[in-house]
Write a protein of this length. Sequence first.
Length: 291
Amino acid sequence: MPPPDSRFADPPWGGPPGFGIGLRRIPTGDWLEGGEARPWVRKDRLFRTVPDKVWGETEGSRPGQAEVAEMIRQSLGLRPGAPDRPPLLEAARRVPDDLVLMEKPDGGDWTVSALSLCAGSFFTADEALGRDLAALHGPVPGFRDRFQVRVRRIFDRLPADQILERRNWTVTAWSRLYAPEAAAARRRALALRPRRPGAGLFLRCERQTLRRLPRTGGVLFTIRIHLTPLRDLADDPEAVRILARAWAEAPKDFRGYKGLAAVTPGVEAFLADCAAPGPQTVTDFREESPS
């Protein structure tokens, strides 16, 4: 039997099922993962072809953008970037992560004031720019009642010397980091006719961090996406076992929000093929597909 895959040593789907804030403190040295040699190649193509979908800034956000760029330069030992680009955009070109600057206007709530979003999971920069916490998370089941006050408090009280991290996951048929439309991913999943169970499906795992900007007072929200073919789990029985448990225990609102109905037949066929203890019944995707 091959050794366990290190990618699945601490999988995002190993935590409690359903929705949760799930933040944990991480060392400063673990803030940015790296791992992509030339992220600007991927991102510049999107900045040229779909600029409004991957970049946006509001008036007055440049001081916060400049502080973000300075923090990233210091963290990675980089030289200053091109002065003719917005500072946040230039900083985002040099890291694999997407960067979202949140600022709190006088009398208002935490709001997206600038962002580079080249791997957003089925949302785009023009949809997020200028929106506050409530508007951004409006589609998340239970956010307003269960999480909104707590999330706002975290933003308000985050110390400058702490970095917080959270992770989440989904399964999709979309094979690229740039994923603007959930409907396109669902159509692709429903059209799959794989020769092997689970082929054509991907685990889309998202690592997020929160960090205070000590000088301007904003909060930088980073998003890093990792895509792994579902079939890659097949040789790691423990990873399959954990995924099978997470899949079986995922509540209905979680499945609906993540759009998992379209991929359910493929995931459950994969789990059965791996002889994993999957759920007892197969969900009919027609019951949960959004209208």
